[in-house]
Design a protein around this ligand. Structure first.
Ligand SMILES: [Zn+2]
Length: 226
């Protein structure tokens, strides 16, 4: 049901769309009301979840609607995003490099890494480590953890960065969604992921950019023919 219309954005009573956040773009989709069907642009979130449409005049508050999202796009982004967890985990495992930013894309994803000494970086080392974890077909699961549990567990990587994110959360948030890749990684994340690493095609580092002292911007793609 439509509960609000803000500018050209519809707000629904409940939404299964993923809103842009955490480096992952929002879902696109379709909204239907009777004989009317309109495209929904990239879904975003503020206090509520916004579903942008080109012309909101076709809709009214209180109307019942049916929605669908672009499932191929959602799956592509979930696959890329799951690969990002592996790349970030192995950058930490191999060189103690922290992920300080990322932007998930359907065709290419970028990760900003911060090193103590970036001359240690080797493309083949990280490609091999990630691709071995893909071949091992490890389970990816989610759980709810408190901030305390996250900060006290040695298996959680990059905790100083996580502490900064935690400090910006509203005080009434007491549990966080945690994504675990069996034996490899535990990290707080609200994005969408695949269920097993074997669903991810092998990765290939497509380019590297120097981003100033200690930082590298790394881009990867997924090889569609394994
Ligand atoms: Zn994630």
């Amino acid at each position: 049901m439509i509960v609000d219309i803000i500018d050209q954005k519809l707000v629904f009573k409940e939404s299964h769309f993923y809103p842009r956040g955490g480096g992952q773009p929002g879902d696109f989709g379709l909204v239907r009301c009777g004989t009317i069907a309109k495209k929904i642009g990239e879904v975003t979130a503020g206090d509520v979840i916004h579903h942008p449409v080109e012309i909101a005049d076709d809709f009214e508050i209180g109307q019942s609607i049916q929605c669908s999202f672009d499932i191929e796009r959602r799956n592509d982004l979930a696959t890329m995003h799951s690969a990002q967890h592996l790349v970030s985990a192995f950058a930490d495992e191999l060189w103690g490099a922290a992920t300080v930013g990322n932007q998930i894309g359907r065709n290419e994803t970028r990760i900003d890494l911060k090193f103590d000494d970036k001359t240690v970086f080797r493309i083949d080392s990280i490609e091999n480590a990630v691709n071995d974890a893909i071949t091992a077909n490890l389970q990816i699961t989610t759980a709810e953890w408190t901030a305390h549990e996250l900060m006290e567990d040695d298996r959680v990587r990059n905790r100083s960065f996580i502490a900064k994110i935690l400090s910006r959360l509203p005080e009434d948030v007491d549990k966080l969604r945690v994504v675990r890749i069996d034996g490899i990684d535990i990290c707080p994340c609200a994005g969408t992921h695949v269920n097993e690493t074997g669903e991810i095609p092998k990765i290939s580092i497509s380019r590297i950019k120097q981003k100033g002292a200690g930082k590298l911007r790394l881009y990867y793609e997924l090889k569609m023919s394994n």
